[in-house]
Every structure is written in structure tokens, then in C-alpha cells.
Ligand binder design. Structure first.
Ligand SMILES: [Zn+2]
Length: 275
């Protein structure tokens, strides 16, 4: 699943390219979207803003219309100049929003719907979203309070529960817990407020670093991110994706297990993460 930093970067890139510009072309293969477009055309509207809310991407158009998309595992938004070749096949296109200068293309989006502002507040997965690690004001105390509502949940599951805290996904989960020296399997209830706060601050710090990292090309969502200070891209992470390889700090083989309802993989060092 794309993590909060990737969604945030995507939203920022789309915002810079599209905001303030008129839509000259709209296409979709999704009937729920084309129906709206036929009744109240998207072309002729202005893109007001593109923003991230947790892992949701919200594209606001003039005339009170919001395109909400969620990328889940395989979806992505790309932005291209009008004459540029796409890097994904046309059959994967779900939504296209073009201004005179740019085309924003949503590929394989599993969730895409038009909403009015008043509907947005009724969306359960937005309404119940926890404090956003990449939000301009992150409410750490509120996130700790939400952690406390789930004392039996392993910290690894709780950290990616978007109703507790929004923005972290599977990669950050493993990396942040390694950086904090906390075993991913320990229940939330066994951790102190200070430990939970440290986990949140670490997650926030690394997500922000990766949001600000330089990026190239036009593909706005890329899986690449790093938490180590190493230069080589292959050395970017401490534990994620490194099952059985030696820990970068102590040499112990990294362990992996499938956790949670979707059997997401969790990686950790049994020596460095004893707590
Ligand atoms: Zn280690």
C-alpha cells in the first residue's frame, strides 16, 4: 500500500500542476464517474486544489465537486505533459483529468468517487481518520489516546490502523519500530505514553523527510523511500524486505512474520527490538 508520504507527494505534485487551471478534458472508464460528468461536466471547471487526507487523495473542482480516490495496493496517479508518453498501458487508465498543459491520469484506482463537500464529512473512513502524521498540525496526544482504546492490539497493527493515526503503512511500520527498538508483536497496552509518543515522533520525522526528498521524472508515486542515512538506494531501509539478512546494526538475521487481518509482512531484528 502506498504510504502517507507517497500520497502526500502525489497530491502536492498534482496540486502544483493543476490547481488554478481549467479542465479541458475529462475521461473515465468508471460508470459512477462518467454519469456525474454527463450530468454536470467536469470540463470547464477549475481545479481548485489537490490534497491528501491520510491515504485518500482529494481533487477539488469549482462548483462544489470533489474527486476522492484511494490507491490501496495497486493504484497510482501520474502527471504528464500533454504530448508525453504514458508509462503505464492505456487499459490501466481509470480517470484522466487534463488541463491545457498537463494530464493527470489515475491508473488502476480501486476507489474513485465524486462527492459534494457536505458528503465528505459523512464519509466514515474520512470522518474517523486518526491524526494525520503529515498534517500541518499533528495531534500526538490524540493519537496516543486512540492507541489506548486498543490495548490488546500488537503495536505493528495499531501503527497502520488509519483510525488511530493516519499516514503510516507497512514499510514505515517495520522501520519505525526498529528505530525505536520496539518489538512489533508487543501489545499497545504494555507500552508507556512516552514510548508511544516516541514511535509517533519517529514516524512523523521519517515520513516528512521522505516527503521533502528530491524526486525525478514525472511518475509521482514511487515506492522508493529511505530511513537509513546510506546513499545507495538498495541500502535505504533497516529491516523492511530484508528477511534473514543480517541486521545493519548488530548482524542478527532479520525476522519476518505475517500479521493482521491482511497478513501484512512485518520485519524486525530480534536482538535490537527486545522491548
Ligand atoms: Zn539488530
Amino acid at each position: 500500500m502506498p504510504e502517507g508520504d507517497a500520497i502526500f507527494r502525489t497530491a502536492r505534485t498534482l496540486h502544483r500542476a493543476l490547481a488554478g487551471h481549467e479542465v479541458v478534458k475529462f475521461q473515465s472508464v468508471l460508470p459512477a464517474l462518467t454519469r456525474v460528468h454527463e450530468d454536470a461536466p467536469i470540463t470547464g471547471r477549475t481545479v481548485e486544489s489537490v490534497s491528501a487526507a491520510g491515504k485518500h487523495l482529494l481533487m477539488r473542482f469549482s462548483g462544489d465537486l470533489i474527486l476522492r480516490t484511494h490507491m490501496r495496493m495497486n493504484g497510482s496517479w501520474h502527471i504528464y505533459r500533454a504530448d508525453e508518453q504514458w508509462r503505464r498501458p492505456r487499459r490501466d487508465m481509470r480517470v484522466l483529468v487534463a488541463t491545457r498543459e498537463f494530464q493527470a491520469i489515475g491508473f488502476n484506482l480501486p476507489v474513485a468517487q465524486f462527492l459534494h463537500a457536505r458528503d465528505l464529512n459523512r464519509q466514515d473512513d474520512l470522518r474517523f481518520l486518526g491524526p494525520d502524521l503529515l498534517g500541518s498540525s499533528f495531534d500526538s496526544a490524540e493519537a496516543v489516546r486512540r492507541f489506548r482504546e486498543r490495548p490488546d492490539s500488537p503495536i505493528a497493527d495499531a501503527l497502520i490502523n488509519q483510525r488511530i493515526v493516519a499516514g503510516a503503512g507497512n514499510v514505515y511500520k517495520s522501520e519505525v519500530l526498529f528505530l525505536c527498538g520496539i518489538n512489533p508483536l508487543v501489545p499497545v497496552g504494555s507500552l508507556s505514553d512516552d514510548e508511544l509518543t516516541k514511535i509517533l515522533q519517529t514516524a512523523q520525522r521519517y515520513l516528512r523527510v521522505n516527503v521533502d526528498a528530491p524526486k525525478g521524472g514525472n511518475v509521482t508515486y514511487r515506492g522508493y523511500r529511505k530511513t537509513t542515512s546510506r546513499r545507495d538506494q538498495g541500502d535505504g531501509l533497516y529491516v523492511y524486505g530484508r528477511a534473514r539478512l543480517p541486521c545493519r546494526k548488530c548482524g542478527t538475521p532479520i525476522e519476518v512474520s505475517a500479521q493482521g487481518p491482511n497478513a501484512r509482512l512485518t520485519y524486525w531484528c530480534p536482538s535490537c527490538q527486545k522491548r
